[in-house]
Design a binder for this molecule. Structure first.
Ligand SMILES: Cc1ncc(COP(=O)(O)O)c(C=O)c1O
Length: 399
């Protein structure tokens, strides 16, 4: 599964580097106060990532994709920064509502919904919905005059780690038929959207999708297009190093400059904002020598906080908390999760100094699609989240 060396972990140059941002003394203090496994959500990182993306996408309205990490403290912080929200379920609608988010600051982006979910979103005051097929469009006939629809188009992407256009989105050729049906039924269509895939490694798929969407808008010139929603996809460095966000967004902005005047641009970032804002702290609870390797058993694994290794294809950078000699001896090791299932392996082949039961490991970039998809298999509880305003601030609040 995950092969990495500890030296590579520490050599990673993405900003902010955990070992600069999170000094060992602060982490040790947290470890002294909270039982592992736990996540640390640093709200100053949320600020940093949000502002970084907004600077790279000037003029684009950012709708945070709540599915990535729905912790209330994160939502509240983003709300205070002026961020809007991408909601996909009634659960997410209820969360946003409970935190004082306004419906008009949200879009409902799930292309397939129960009628009940449409009604719940409307009750909340959210009237912009994504659809991608005729059956879904028909569900909006009773709500004509109340809703504004965005049609999601599929642009397949081989280079994205998670190709979301496989499951959702219509072909460009289907657009005229959907638009015509909406027109006949007095349902307002206001925009196009797409998601070229999560953890996209090249911006060119997004830039091409923007140009194809603009061309489609120009062909369907009878529609008063209000918006183009360019989805999520903005990548972060896990084991692999990705383009700095300003470089990633440059070709995207160039393509957007060709948009007709008066068309607003929306984006739905999830990973880029959430991933770097959270780390996970785990303990070694058991150790065994099996064959040529040291096996370390952790108190969390792929059924818990590391679930993104299964569902999100992510490999999180890991490092021991205890200082070690980088020129010392490293042993080929396996990091296993705590459950009884043999699939529960966090790292199949990682080089580590000799570790002991009780030692702590830190996993970075654990904010997006981690705790969101964690289970309680074997009745191991999900790791709790400790919220810090800044990792150097000792006033941590456990939620
Ligand atoms: C509709 C939609 N919007 C936004 C996102 C967030 O994408 P990302 O995490 O790549 O920014 C997703 C992710 O699954 C999605 O399905």
């Amino acid at each position: 599964m995950v092969k990495q060396t500890i030296v590579e972990c520490f050599a990673e140059q993405s900003h902010p580097d955990m070992l600069e941002e999170f000094d060992r003394a602060s982490l040790e203090e947290l470890v002294a106060r909270h039982e592992t496994p736990f996540m640390v959500l640093d709200l100053s990182e949320v600020d940093y990532q949000y502002k970084l993306l907004q600077a790279a996408l000037p003029g684009v309205k950012l709708f945070y994709a709540v599915k990535a990490l729905s912790h209330p403290a994160l939502i509240k912080r983003l709300k205070s920064l002026g961020c809007r929200f991408d909601l996909a379920t009634s659960g997410e609608v209820e969360l946003a509502e409970s935190l004082g988010v306004k419906g008009e600051q949200c879009i409902h982006t799930h292309p397939i919904k129960k009628v009940k979910e449409i009604q719940r979103a409307l009750e909340f005051g959210c009237n912009r919905f994504v659809i991608d097929n005729m059956e879904e469009l028909k569900k909006f006939i009773p709500y004509a005059g109340q809703v504004e629809l965005i049609i999601r188009v599929s642009f397949r992407s081989k280079q994205a780690v998670v190709d979301l256009s496989r499951k959702f989105g219509c072909a460009l050729e289907e657009l005229p038929m959907l638009v015509e049906f909406a027109y006949q039924n007095k349902i307002e269509v206001v925009g196009l959207s797409f998601h070229v895939g999560s953890q996209s490694l090249s911006p060119m798929t997004q830039a091409d999708a923007i140009r194809a969407s603009i061309a489609a808008m120009k062909v369907m010139s009878s529609i008063r297009w209000k918006l183009l929603d360019i989805g999520g996809s903005f990548p972060v460095s896990y084991q692999e190093t990705v383009l700095p966000i300003a470089d990633f967004c440059a070709p995207v902005m160039e393509a957007l400059s060709e948009l007709p005047e008066g068309v607003e641009v929306f984006a739905e970032p999830g990973r880029f904002i959430a991933a770097p804002a959270m780390i996970e702290v785990v303990s070694i609870v058991g150790k065994a020598r099996r064959g040529a390797k040291n096996w370390y058993y952790l108190d969390d694994g792929v059924y818990g906080g590391f679930s993104g290794q299964m569902f999100d294809h992510a490999s999180y950078p890991l490092a021991p908390l205890k200082p070690f000699d980088p020129s010392g001896e490293f042993l080929s090791s396996v990091l296993a999760g705590p459950t009884c299932d043999s699939i529960d392996i966090v790292s199949e082949d990682i080089e580590l100094p000799d570790m002991q039961v009780g030692d702590i490991l830190i996993a970075k970039k654990m904010g997006a699609y981690t705790i969101a998809s964690a289970t309680e298999f074997n009745l191991y509880p999900k790791p709790k989240v400790v919220v810090v305003e800044d990792i150097f601030d000792t006033e941590a609040e456990a939620l």
